[in-house]
Design a protein around this ligand. Sequence first.
Ligand SMILES: [Fe+2]
Length: 247
Amino acid sequence: MSYKYYSFIIKYNMTTLSQLILGETGCVSYIVFCKKRRECAIVDSFEGFEEDIHEELKRLEFPIVKYVIDTHTHADRKSASGYFAEENGLDGIVKSEITKYKGKKVGTKDGDILKIGNTELKVLYTPGHTYDHNCYLVEDNLLSGDCLFIGDVGRIDLGGDPREKTEMLYNSLRRLEQLPGDTKVYPNHVGAVHAIDSEDKFSTISKEMKDNEALQVKDVKEFYTYMTEGWPPKPDNWEEIMAYNLK
Ligand SMILES: [Fe+2]
């Protein structure tokens, strides 16, 4: 087993969130699991780490995989969501309806609700890092993808129009700030590999509003400067990875 897992109880009626930190990559997959109805959703799975998902499904005693979900089209790692959608005989990957993904997909709109047993997963369309970015809210837990990290936000310079994407991200962050302060934040990346200083594995909205540098910038022009200056190098082969993830 190459992943480290943390399991959180997120609802009194036996729903859990498994956080799978994938080896040394700092990338994170999640499984939302309703124990009572034995249904689950896999969020942001990656090639090369399929076994980690399988191990966790085994640990959960093989629930029905109802949804396979991507928060967005990844640029740093190949998605395994197509593989898991097919393995579980699903209609396709759950993604934002505006995605350019050409494979089988279940398109979502902002505010859509996906039922996983007794649990509801609410779609929040939060573009910026990519045009097709969704966050997913499960009770008071936000799967924040690459929109909001612990102490940071997702870069906007991997394709598209940086000004437009900066403005989108700015508005998406303002929207996340409207969530209750104790909403927990579970990002798609954690730790030093992703230039994230904090060693925490999750955060809260109020903590991020207080500590996250990007959330202190409350002027969209200043935010453009923030989003376009001093970022680490782009991931290797990001254009090819993105093209692969759109096939
Ligand atoms: Fe990303």
